[in-house]
Ligand binder design. Sequence first.
Ligand SMILES: [Zn+2]
Ligand SMILES: [Zn+2]
Length: 295
Amino acid sequence: MLNPFSIEGEWFKGNLHLHTTGSDGKVTPQEAITSYAAHGYDFLAITDHRQVTEIDGLDHKGMLMIPGIEMDGGQTDLNGSYHMVAMGAKGPMSYDSGWSAQELIDYGNENAEFVFIAHPYWLSLTLADMIDLEGYIGLEVYNTTCHYGVGRGDSGPHWDDLLARGKRLYGFGVDDAHFGYADAWVGYTMVKAEKCEYDDIIAAMKAGNFYASNGPTISNLQCDGNKMLVECSPCWEIRVVCPLPGRGTTTYRSGHKPPFTEVEFEIREGTDPIRIECIDEVGNKAWSNPMWLSE
Ligand SMILES: [Zn+2]
Ligand SMILES: [Zn+2]
């Protein structure tokens, strides 16, 4: 079973989607790095549109910097385009915006470490747009700029649609900050790894050893038989989300009053996979990755 809380290592905080003056962001790459370091981040990826922004020669302020790019192209059901984030670019990348979504993913996998789909809800992506694509490891379950800009930052149901049909996908939390308004230092990905070094962080993300958040902290998840223990920062609601019809449960059924910091749920047989959502008093949320209990 995938559970980063059951393995050795430390937790590191990062943002994997960010724009600078390398594309349509309002701050320089150095200013972006300095600001994220000042907010306590351990790693950061600059993912400008259509180019891998140079990060060598900049002061990384003690953070691990991961080169990346946001690629757009293909055609969706509603005549929009896809946005794909390629993480760990191995050099400059240039692609043709006439390429299909699958060609963008394939190109990303050849020229970077892995690819995830950016902001599906903001792009109005449907299940039909994503179900046949192969080779991406996940999607942005939370995107700050899409939340603050248009109120569509949480792509949980898009993720569940794919999980329900057997896709093994992870959910990233990102800012997609452009610094045009207060869209930085909110959505993040917490990665469990031995060290905050390039190979460790990339391998941990590829293995799904992380969770997403825009506020709450998940401190422990443990499954024992049909019991699921969740420990987190004080939350007003905790959900055990299962993408299958009618499955899942929440703290509303427990009879207890919030705040919750430790809850044990009983999981009905056949409720698989599950993922945990922890929601605090003001509606901020943390999203675990899916756990396939039968494995
Ligand atoms: Zn985008
Ligand atoms: Zn973006």
